[in-house]
Design a protein around this ligand. Structure first.
Ligand code: NDP
Ligand code: 2IT
Length: 448
């Protein structure tokens, strides 16, 4: 058996039932075959076994009291996956689906994503199976405080710097930061990113993941003689990433005709009115169905049996910005039949392996998550820099740096794909470029 097969077999044996984690690793291992073949010495130093194993996985109990006085117990996690390029860095996800497999897949992806940014950050992820839906503000605060009562001992501005992800935005980061400051009696601003602007947050962090996705998409289309102007776009989700992806797509002259949440999607043939979406989602924390009752000529399609109705709408570009595995082979076939030209992954691992292969085989350009959604964490790293220097940059300064970072990431993916004669396979390009960087840093630091 060759080295890659040995590693895959061991991965499957040791992590049975951790489907998302196995999927994330398998996608990377498939892509880096040509690099591994060129470096037989990797086997002796067990480089792959080391790179796919988290440095540390912390799991803890989170108890809190709900508004009725009932005590609730949730699981809390922090996976410090790889710290060879900088302090561990990555978001916190609060969603009932969170488990060890999801944490490990996200942590693994984060290592490579963070390496692509070119900034000094290692990879981590954390979160809880706590469901924020329907909770009062006071319950959210008590949960965040209890979560931090354990997390604080594992993080620090030079150790591990969490941020937001699904279910964790500026409100939650505020409560987490307040509790950290209370426990430590120190103002360590750089311990969390995605903070509010009045206490150390960075301008443009809120917009960064969505804007960054469109900067990457702009570069990818340009390299293939296309542009965003005049294109019809689908954006799944209606959270942080989706809203600012929609905003920048509209800025570039594209027409976004659909958005969604976990209950269903809206189709607005006139183009989404983003002010209405922001009001429903950012202010009222409501459901996207509301949009159809506020805007004329809109259809609401409810999701049934885990289906993704948004991908049945005809469009030139699809931007999955909700969650993992939201585009499967069936969805990919419909999108291709409807003439889709490019996919931009705002979410982490939104496209499963069969769907990725189907897109690539059918000449659809695919902007892979690790590269295309790296703008969020890159701007988090810029927030850390501003906190260390005790100054803040203007929106334009941060946005310009973000644009440059995303353009550089696209070039790295393109160069790696060219070097290994992979054409426009930017999925493999991103995996190879990131792997080369992380593996060099690991080898340089010895067997630890
Ligand atoms: P939010 O919590 O702000 O929004 C998530 C959106 O996705 C909501 O519309 C939500 O709908 C929908 N969604 C979540 N889970 C599911 C599900 N299981 N099925 C269907 N829809 C779902 O999160 P973000 O916008 O921050 O994150 C979206 C994606 O982007 C995630 O994959 C995240 O990992 C990734 N990402 C986020 C970054 C960031 O900076 N925030 C950076 C890079 C990647 P509902 O409200 O109904 O649950
Ligand atoms: O998946 C991600 O890159 C994020 N959720 C953002 C992480 C961060 O540290 O800003």
């Amino acid at each position: 058996m060759n080295y890659l097969d040995i590693v895959l077999e061991r991965l499957n044996k040791q992590n049975a039932n951790q489907h998302e984690y196995i999927q994330a690793v398998q996608e990377v291992l498939d892509s880096i075959k040509p690099v591994i073949n060129a470096h037989p010495e990797f086997e002796k130093s067990a480089l792959l076994e080391r790179i796919i194993e988290p440095e540390r996985l912390i799991s803890f109990r989170v108890c809190w009291v709900d508004d009725s006085g009932q005590v609730q117990v949730n699981k809390g996690y922090r996976v410090q996956f790889n710290g060879c390029i900088g302090p561990y860095k990555g978001g916190l996800r609060f969603h009932p689906s969170v488990n060890e497999s999801i944490m490990k897949f996200l942590g693994f992806e984060q290592v490579f994503k963070n390496a692509l940014t070119g900034l000094p950050i290692g990879g981590a992820k954390g979160g809880s199976d706590f469901d924020p839906k329907g909770k009062s503000d006071a319950e959210i605060m008590r949960f965040c405080q209890s979560f931090m009562n354990e997390l604080y001992r594992h993080i620090g501005q030079d150790i591990d710097v969490p941020a937001g992800d699904i279910g964790v935005g500026e409100r939650e980061i505020g409560y987490l930061f307040g509790q950290f400051r209370k426990i430590k009696n120190a103002y360590e601003a750089g311990v969390l990113t995605g903070k509010g602007l009045v206490y150390g947050g960075s301008l443009a962090r809120k917009e960064a993941t969505g804007y960054g996705l469109l900067y990457f998409m702009r570069e990818m289309l340009k390299a293939n003689n296309m542009e965003l102007a005049g294109k019809t776009v689908l954006v799944s989700g209606s959270g942080n990433v989706a809203i600012y992806a929609c905003e920048k797509a509209q800025h570039y002259g594209a027409k976004v005709v659909a958005m969604s949440d976990s209950n269903g999607c809206i189709y607005d043939p006139n183009g989404i009115n983003l002010d209405v979406i922001k009001q429903i989602k950012e202010v009222e924390r409501g459901r996207i169905k509301e949009y159809a009752s506020r805007v004329n000529g809109v259809t609401y399609i409810e999701s049934q049996n885990e289906q993704h109705p948004i991908w049945q709408i005809k469009a030139d570009i699809a931007l999955p910005c909700a969650t993992q595995n939201e585009i499967n082979l069936e969805d990919a076939k419909i999108l291709v039949a409807n003439g889709v030209k490019a996919i931009g992954e705002g979410a982490n691992m939104p496209t499963n392996i069969e769907a990725i292969n189907y897109f690539l085989e059918n000449g659809v350009l695919l902007a892979p998550a690790k590269a295309a959604n790296a703008g969020g964490v890159a701007t988090s790293a810029l927030e850390m820099s501003q906190n260390s220097m005790r100054l803040s940059w203007t929106f334009e300064e941060v946005d310009k740096k973000l644009d440059r970072i995303m353009t550089n990431i696209f070039e790295s993916c393109q160069n790696a794909a060219r070097e290994y004669s992979l054409g426009t396979n930017y999925v493999a390009g991103a995996n190879i470029a990131a792997f080369e960087k992380v593996s060099k840093a690991m080898i340089a630091q010895g067997i630890i």
